[in-house]
Design a binder for this molecule. Structure first.
Ligand SMILES: *Cc1c(COP(=O)(O)O)cnc(C)c1O
Length: 420
């Protein structure tokens, strides 16, 4: 089953698995995120099967969607976690992911975060710079703990994706340049409290083509051979995440095609492989459900104004991202063309221009598709709009896995200075 099949229209009414979206909307109120647990599980199983011939650990990239319900689903399946902050370590552990399956990425780990990660006993630090390495060494030595490290290598390849989510070119802030890697490893080997164990690479997100992965992994393989010649014991290769999903009409390589590339480039080195998928586990497993507030006739075009906005889903305004948008009820409706916009006071608050969907009127529900990754996690309360709740569906059941906050809690989080 592909993830899209978890959101079928049955008799012209949209469902998530076996639950009607209209039924959830009646209880939860819009806007809300809705995830199919089965779709997440299917995506995870596909990765597991694709990598079954390799000694591979899947470390889900928590930043794509860090809801406890999502993390607990993956924890139960045996997933590890790729995290980028102390907050994400806390979330992963709270959901049942064991610390020894957690790899810690991120360009600006603080001493406090490193301290916390060491005390938990994480699997590996993916170190992004020499100053970070020195800090890890200091904190580890003070705690009398050895930190297992890999350097995140910037292989200087073009990921052929959106500039804001491309991370593996020399000009990007991420990782240690491949040309300086041997110096960095030699330095690491000298430092107390550090155990060199691996090499890490992550070149970007929403890659739709395997060639950049192939090029990056080929460079990593050469580097591992060089590092071993330099006397380093390299037993882990973290190949990052980044495999894309179909938002519109992108044709994606399969997870098996991707696994085959990893195998072809790296298998001969005999290392444990870590993969860090985020978007490709969650993206197509979630939708954002919204109601039409008004249909407004502009001078040149007709607007569908929704109760979800850029504060709920920022990808269209931030990355020019395409999301499919469908009417939840399509019974006896013809198609019409709209600009589909949110209520936020920004022109950028536009989900789609000149988009054909079934004729809609105020109060009708629409689903913004492929919103399971980098959706809820990037939302904000801009315009003092409450964070959209999150709902998880499994079969006939649904559960609110994050409730909508109330206005008092949000306003009372601020304090007025006592001198006013
Ligand atoms: C964001 C990120 C990932 C996940 O990327 P996806 O495109 O969501 O698969 C993996 N590893 C690192 C280091 C990341 O920053």
């Amino acid at each position: 089953m592909t993830a899209q099949l978890s959101f079928p229209h049955v008799n012209h009414e949209m469902f998530v698995e076996n639950v009607s979206i209209a039924d959830i909307a009646a209880q939860v109120a819009t806007p809300f995120y809705c995830y199919s647990q089965t779709a997440i599980e299917t995506n995870y199983t596909n990765y597991q099967q694709a990598f079954s011939e390799q000694d591979a650990l899947i470390c889900y990239a928590v930043k794509a969607n860090s809801n406890q319900g999502v993390l607990a689903t993956l924890a139960k399946m045996g997933s590890g976690a790729d995290v980028v902050s102390m907050g994400e370590i806390r979330r992963a552990i709270a959901a049942g992911i064991p610390a020894n399956k957690i790899v810690y990425s991120g360009v600006a780990k603080t001493a406090e975060e490193i301290h916390y990660a060491l005390r938990q006993g994480i699997l590996q630090f993916n170190v992004e710079s020499e100053p970070e390495l020195e800090l890890i060494s200091e904190v580890a030595t003070a705690l009398n703990i050895t930190a297992a490290v890999a350097f995140r290598i910037n292989p200087d390849v073009c990921a052929q994706t959106h500039a804001k989510i491309s991370t593996g070119k020399a000009e990007n802030k991420f990782g240690v340049p491949i040309s300086k890697a041997r110096i960095a490893y030699n330095r690491a080997a000298e430092l107390p409290g550090i155990k060199v164990q691996g090499v890490d690479v992550h070149i970007g997100s929403q890659l739709t083509n395997l060639a950049p992965f192939e090029e990056a992994y080929q460079r990593i393989a050469t580097l591992v051979t060089d590092l071993r010649a330099d006397g380093h014991d390299i037993s882990v290769i973290d190949v990052g995440g980044g495999l894309g999903i179909t938002y519109q009409d992108e044709v994606l390589p399969s997870k098996q095609d991707y696994a085959n590339i990893v195998k072809a480039q790296l298998n001969h080195l005999g290392c444990k492989i870590i993969i860090e998928p985020g978007r490709s586990l969650l993206g197509n497993a979630g939708v954002l459900v919204s109601s039409v507030v008004f249909v407004k006739q502009g001078e040149e075009r007709e607007f569908l104004i929704l109760d979800a906005g850029m504060n709920d889903l920022i990808r269209p305004s931030m990355y020019d991202a395409y999301h499919g948008i469908v009417a939840v009820s399509q019974k006896d409706k013809s198609l019409n063309t709209y600009d589909i916009v949110g209520p936020v006071c920004e022109t950028g608050d536009t989900f789609a221009k000149s988009r054909q969907i079934h004729q809609s009127k105020a109060g009708d529900l629409v689903a913004i598709m492929s919103a399971g990754a980098y959706g809820s996690v990037m939302s904000s309360t801009y315009n003092t709009r409450m964070l959209a709740p999150e709902v998880m569906v499994k079969g006939e059941q649904f559960s609110v896995v994050r409730a909508r906050p109330n206005y008092d809690d949000v306003i009372n989080a601020d304090t007025i200075p006592q001198w006013l």
